[in-house]
Structure formats: structure tokens, C-alpha cells
Design a binder for this molecule. Structure first.
Ligand code: API
Length: 291
């Protein structure tokens, strides 16, 4: 039987990005991709975009090792909105206002602030090398790669920037993020062979050097109302193109995030809210083997 059967969870959201938080630090059991898919089951499950699983800390000074699952069961190396939800949950339980977490992408510092209802996560430094994204072939300048959708002589979307925040992101620069059928183009681009680990696909409109609007088709989760790591990747991508400052406000369908690509260490700081919705326990029937 799955380690999640009857296990407590918290349903939260990060500006509309649907998050489930499960604290398994008291257990050595592992969550499997099948478990993650079962939790998202439309038949008695909990609808979510990312499942944040807290496991026993592996390093001194860290609160937990966090594994991140998309609702298709795939694992992600980063989840900004999910991290803010984890941070709120932990700080409300132990009274802390700062902590360090470990994820597959490395160590993440997080703190409450700059206001009581805001949480800031240091998402680490972005990576731009074609093998870091990763891409299936070499591109020396990842500010624009050769990738397009639509007629060869009149592409609908083309020349995205690519950035890794611990997970792969492709950002297409457009004048209106709502003018494209992202539900149609998203999966084609997510699964394009140029992305051996697939990719999160973002449409971004640079309103002015301090404001960018985005909409994201997420790898392994589809169209979501917000994607924090995409907001980070977009802010960095725009700054690399000298089209935005290193400190910007990103507007997503579900709300706004403050992003700063810090000069002194190239780390990306993401600030926003985290909303608690309800808590419950997973119905064991979700994980029962198919009859
Ligand atoms: N929604 C998450 C991103 C999850 C990324 C996941 N879709 C992947 O990289 O596979 C966020 O707020 O950063």
C-alpha cells in the first residue's frame, strides 16, 4: 500500500498554482510517480499542479529535502510557487521566519518578508549553457534558439530564449500573451525533440523595463495559473536581452510576483504570497491496485 494512504496533506496555492504539501519527514517511505498520479486522480483525488513532498533533511542546517512532482508523475527540479507554500506551512508550525531547504537543484534559502503575508525564496543562479537547459544540440547563444511553430516562412512562435532554474524553460517574446492558443502549441513545444527532458513553455510580453506579463504551459502539468520558476526564467531572460531591469514585477494569470536577479551572486529572488486552502488525508482507495 502506498506510503500516502491515509497520510495528511495541505492543499495550498501559490497565486493560483495548485499545490499539495505532504510532510513525510517522519518516514523513510518514498513517494512514487504512480502515487503522484493517483493523488491527482479525478476520481476522489486532489486536483493539483505540483505535489511538494518533504523528506528527512539530508544536510545539516536544512529543514527538509523536497521532492517535486508534476501531476503527470514526473519530477521537477524547481517549483517556486510550491516552495512559498512549503515555507508558509513550516513557518506557521515552528515559528521560524527563515530556513534553508534542499531540492534536486540544490540549496534554497527562504524567508518571510518583506511583509508578513509575503515569502521570498532564493531560487539560486540560472543556467544558460545548452547542456544545462538541456538542449539536444549545441546552441552557443541561448538568448535565441532556432525553434518555431507554424509555417516556415511565417512562423506563429519562434526564436525563444532558454533558461534553466533547475528545470528547463523556453520563453517566447510576444506582444500579447493571450493571442496564442497555448493549449494547442504548449504540448507540441513541451515535447519537442530539442528538449530531451521536455520543457516549460512561457509566452512573455515585456510591458516596460520593470513589468512583464507571462502565461505558461507547464511541463508535466499543462496550462497553470502561475509558474514561479517560469517567472524567474523570464525575468532573467529579459535582462539578458537588455530589455528589462534585473528587478521586475511579473504579472501571471493568477497574480503577481516580484523577481530580482541579484547582482552580487546572480541568484534569483522570488517574492509572493502563499495561500492555505484546507487540509485532509488521502483516501487509501486512491492507491488500491486496479481491480
Ligand atoms: N509551477 C512550478 C514549476 C514547476 C515546474 C514543472 N512544471 C517542471 O519543471 O516540470 C513553479 O511555480 O515554479
Amino acid at each position: 500500500m502506498s506510503a500516502l494512504a491515509n497520510h495528511a496533506f495541505a492543499k495550498m496555492n501559490g497565486i493560483g498554482n495548485e499545490i499539495v504539501v505532504v510532510d513525510m519527514r517522519d518516514s523513510a517511505a518514498k513517494v512514487t510517480p504512480d502515487d503522484a498520479r493517483a493523488v491527482a486522480s479525478a476520481n476522489g483525488g486532489v486536483a493539483y499542479d505540483q505535489l511538494m513532498v518533504l523528506q528527512k533533511p539530508r544536510l545539516d542546517g536544512t529543514e527538509a529535502f523536497i521532492r517535486i512532482y508534476n501531476n503527470d508523475g514526473s519530477e521537477a527540479g524547481a517549483c517556486g510557487n510550491g516552495m512559498r507554500c512549503v515555507v508558509r506551512r513550516i513557518f506557521e508550525k515552528n515559528g521560524q521566519t527563515a530556513a534553508t531547504f534542499e531540492t534536486a537543484a540544490g540549496l534554497l534559502n527562504a524567508w518571510q518578508g518583506p511583509a508578513p503575508d509575503l515569502y521570498t525564496v532564493d531560487m539560486g543562479a540560472p543556467k544558460f549553457g545548452w547542456q544545462d537547459i538541456p538542449l539536444a544540440e549545441e546552441f552557443r547563444d541561448t538568448r535565441y534558439i532556432e525553434l518555431q511553430i507554424g509555417p516556415i516562412d511565417n512562423p506563429i512562435l519562434h526564436s525563444p530564449s532558454v533558461v534553466s532554474m533547475g528545470n528547463p524553460h523556453a520563453i517566447f517574446w510576444v506582444d500579447d500573451v493571450n493571442a496564442y492558443d497555448l493549449e494547442r502549441f504548449g504540448p507540441l513545444l513541451e515535447n519537442h525533440p530539442i528538449f530531451p527532458e521536455r520543457a516549460n513553455i512561457t509566452l512573455a510580453h515585456i510591458v516596460d523595463p520593470q513589468h512583464i506579463t507571462i502565461r505558461t504551459w507547464e511541463r508535466g502539468a499543462g496550462l497553470t495559473r502561475a509558474c514561479g520558476s517560469a517567472a524567474c526564467a523570464t525575468a532573467v531572460g529579459a535582462a539578458r536581452l537588455k530589455r528589462a531591469e534585473r528587478k521586475v514585477e511579473i504579472t501571471l494569470p493568477g497574480g503577481k510576483l516580484g523577481i530580482e536577479w541579484r547582482e552580487r551572486d546572480d541568484h534569483v529572488l522570488m517574492t509572493g504570497t502563499a495561500t492555505f486552502e484546507y487540509e485532509g488525508r488521502f483516501d487509501p482507495a486512491l492507491f488500491a491496485p486496479a481491480a
